[in-house]
Design a binder for this molecule. Structure first.
Ligand SMILES: O=P([O-])([O-])O[C@@H]1[C@H](O)[C@H](O)[C@@H](O)[C@H](O)[C@H]1O
Ligand SMILES: [Mg+2]
Length: 345
């Protein structure tokens, strides 16, 4: 049994026993075999220092059960390095012609770069964390199951904002969420063209390029900016609901409605405080997994578009600075229910 799965099963042991385990884990897993760097990407050590330091609290050497959570720091450091490498691939690809293919419909786009970046991420994670599971946008498009279990799971959108990427519209993100026991543990969203690295760790806050993020304190929706997207469904009933919602929200009236063309960056905007809330029906788990942790760690709330608990597999999300704004928004949304991501085929 690998060490991380063992840890999950050892949760009931006393803290001192766990602490000994953590020490063994750190010695065996932080250094690649032979002290070499084959499992590290270029600059990974540097990335580790830059982004991990603000995220590791001063209590991380207490040997308590909270120490367990730091076992995932190694995975998070790798995610940051991978996202940066993926961003380079995206930027290079923007210099060339991009061959565009379609998936579920003529406006659901994919390119070879989406596929290449997803492979790069998944292969590297498999090499370093062979027991971990994956949900990747392009792997699911190729027929893999989209099931979230209790296992440590990497939820990857290699290019969030593929339509933007195709048109060189300058908001494109690599989104990596990591969940354990179906709870988001860390999040990395790299806005490649802005060179902004958004990171969050459960219980340790959200950051952009190492600077702490905080949602907006605005509680009056009439003084707010709301972001949303039209998505890629052109089903007449869905389009009708999308426009009814937009009309109601615009006429509250709000200060403005925006949309970056990527769910992940829209959620980073909520976490950063420049947008009060984002909502969408039709997104997928890989679009919002990482963003959801960034929003909650920046002090925001997540909700279903009908006001219930957020469910990352439901393809519906409200991410807001506060419960007040989220509930006000919910009262204006004309909801509908696309087929869930984890629906059995
Ligand atoms: O296809 P993709 O570019 O990864 O992701 C899409 C983007 O996040 C878009 O903003 C949102 O409206 C869609 O619902 C997503 O599917
Ligand atoms: Mg996406």
């Amino acid at each position: 049994m690998d060490v991380e799965n063992a840890v999950l099963e050892l949760c009931s042991l006393p803290a001192q026993v766990l602490w000994s385990f953590v020490c063994v884990y750190r010695t065996t897993c932080r250094s690649p075999p032979g002290g070499g760097s084959t499992l590290l990407l270029d600059n990974e050590e540097e990335e580790t220092r830059k982004y991990a330091e603000p995220l590791i609290g001063s209590d991380c050497r207490q040997g308590s059960t909270s120490e367990m959570a730091d076992l995932w720091q190694n995975a998070m450091d790798h995610a940051v390095a991978l996202a940066r490498r993926a961003g380079e691939v995206v930027r290079e690809a923007l210099q060339d012609d991009r061959k565009v293919m379609t998936k579920s419909c003529s406006v659901d786009l994919v390119t070879q770069t989406d596929q290449k970046v997803e492979q790069l991420i998944i292969q590297s994670v498999k090499e370093k964390f062979p027991t971990h599971s994956f949900i990747g946008e392009e792997s699911v498009a190729a027929g893999e199951a989209c099931v979230l279990t209790d296992c440590p799971t990497w939820i990857v959108d290699p290019i969030d904002g593929t339509t933007n990427f195709v048109h060189a519209f300058p908001f494109v993100a690599v989104s990596i969420g990591f969940s354990v026991n179906r709870q988001m543990e860390f999040a990395v969203v790299y806005s490649c063209l802005e060179d902004k690295m958004y990171t969050a760790r459960r219980g340790k806050g959200a950051f952009c390029n190492g600077e702490p993020l905080q949602v907006s304190g605005q509680e009056d929706i009439k003084q707010s900016i709301i972001s949303t997207e039209f998505g890629s469904s052109r089903d007449p009933e869905a389009v009708e609901k999308i426009f009814l919602s937009l009309r109601s929200i615009l006429c509250i009236p709000v200060h403005g409605v925006r949309g970056a063309g990527t769910a992940a960056i829209n959620m980073c905007h909520v976490a950063s405080g420049c947008v009060e809330a984002y909502y969408e029906v039709g997104i997928h788990v890989w679009d919002v997994a990482a963003g959801s942790l960034l929003v909650s760690e920046a002090g925001g709330v997540l909700m279903d578009v009908d006001g219930g608990a957020a469910d990352l597999m439901s393809r519906r999300i409200v991410a807001a600075n506060s419960r007040t704004i989220a509930e006000r928004l919910v009262s204006e949304i004309h909801s509908f229910s696309p087929l869930r991501d984890d629906a059995t085929p």
